[in-house]
Design a protein around this ligand. Structure first.
Ligand code: SAH
Length: 412
């Protein structure tokens, strides 16, 4: 728990009983419906002390009149001054947790928004480069303090603001991309930046592209895959939705892997994956194919000679469901993927399947796999379950913080 960095008392926002339990136990989002009264003249970005309907002290929040989330609780104590000292304290705590959990890993997510107590802030570290995003207006206004805190805790040689994400518009914010410190590197060098994570070399584009470079939330599962591969002698691996090669490279680096096929629809990802394979000296084992994953799986699994080809199949699709209304179509797609993947999997093989969609939770993912197993008459055993890497903390009071789930099946 944070100490109260009390300075002057902040104006009071008082809540009613609507969803009060959720808020009281530490969920930081407060919608208009829960607000009884706000201080007069409150402006976007201002900090307030939040008081519950029984006068209980809830914490310090920031206000945004343009956002559906009117108040975000940023500090668990009231009247907290949200300044460099406060952010430094939060970043230090987050860093300690990573240090004790990630066993010396030098590239990781340092701040994962609400699941690290700072709703609206992402900070990713790639060795001596730090990238940050402020997706709430209030933290955007406090960027200078956040940068000072990053300097104190991490002292990176390279510091890049990656505020080029679409969700900033929900807070009324414009896209911004800014290299605050380039560490003596040109833009070309920053877009082809070398790191090593868990023994795998990558070239990342720090200034453009998906996420801030790597799917850091899957790193633990890349390691899990390596462990699973140790039980094979000559594994053929299929990595669907391979991005820049996360699972593929991990697999190819195992001696027991004979061959890896990676499928992705983006040419840029395929090019990066090929370059990464070379960098790791595993290009002879890897074949990256630019294709739509659905079409590729359909064609392959329709041909009898390709069936039961792979020892390990990984399905890690993007979230195809942006909202509740598109869930049904997405479910059909997910089931189809699994039917095709199971056809291509050998008996004695392993399927790893992931969902990063909030709308496709554990139960639904399991039932999709079950239905696909009935259609293909596959006899499956669920041998493990996976979740997002530990630097994307899952906190019980914020159910949304658990978003990436995966299951591992053995095909008998
Ligand atoms: N498994 C990766 C992350 C996958 S992200 C890792 O561990 O690092 C999802 C990927 O799916 C992206 O690279 C995106 O380009 C790709 N993609 C999205 N839709 C696709 C489709 N229909 N067919 C093939 N690839 C697709």
């Amino acid at each position: 728990m944070h100490n109260e960095a009390t300075a002057t008392a902040l104006p009071r926002a008082v809540l009613n009983r609507y969803e009060i339990r959720r808020i009281r136990i530490g969920h930081p989002w407060i919608y208009q419906k829960s607000i009884d009264s706000l201080p007069e003249g409150l402006k976007t970005g201002d900090a307030v002390t939040v008081i519950g309907p029984r006068g209980e002290k809830i914490g310090t929040a920031v206000y945004n009149e343009a956002s559906k989330i009117r108040l975000r609780v940023i500090a668990p104590n009231i009247d907290t001054t949200l300044d460099t000292d406060y952010f430094t304290k939060c970043l230090k705590e987050a860093y300690e947790y990573r240090k004790s959990m990630l066993d010396g890993r030098t590239s990781f997510r340092l701040i994962n928004s609400e699941s690290d107590g700072l709703s609206g802030l992402i900070v990713d570290c790639y060795e001596n480069a730090t990238l940050f995003q402020t997706t709430s207006a209030a933290l955007d206004l406090r960027k200078t303090s956040i940068i000072e805190a990053i300097e104190t805790v991490l002292a990176p040689e390279i510091l890049i603001e990656r505020n080029d994400v679409a969700n900033r518009k929900f807070e009324g914010l414009e896209p911004v991309k800014k290299i605050h410190k380039n560490g003596g590197k040109t833009e070309a060098e920053l877009s082809n930046f070398a790191i090593s994570i868990e023994g795998i070399q990558y070239r990342l584009n720090l200034i453009e592209g998906n996420k801030t470079g790597l799917y850091l939330d899957q790193i633990d599962n890349h390691l899990n895959l390596r462990n699973l591969l140790k039980r094979y002698s000559e594994a053929k691996v299929l990595d669907c939705f391979s991005y820049i090669g996360g699972f593929s490279l991990a697999a190819a680096l195992e001696k027991t892997t004979l061959h890896v096929t990676g499928i992705d629809q983006s040419q840029e990802c395929i090019d990066k994956a090929n370059a990464n394979a070379q960098l790791n000296g595993v290009e002879a084992k890897c074949n990256f194919v630019k294709a739509n994953g659905f079409d590729w799986l359909r064609t392959q699994s329709d041909s009898i000679e390709n069936q039961e080809t792979y020892d390990v199949v990984i399905l890690d699709p993007p979230s195809f469901t942006k909202n509740r209304h598109t869930v049904e179509g997405a479910l059909r797609g997910y089931k189809e993927l699994h039917v095709r993947a199971l056809k291509l999997l050998k008996p004695g093989g392993i399927l790893l399947t992931y969902s990063c969609s909030h709308h496709i939770g554990e139960d639904l993912l399991r039932s999709i796999v079950f239905e696909a197993s009935l259609d293909t008459q596959s006899n499956l055993v669920e041998i493990d379950s996976h979740h997002q890497s530990l630097d994307h903390p899952i906190v019980p009071q914020i159910p949304e913080s658990y978003y990436l789930k995966g299951f591992v099946y053995y095909k008998r």
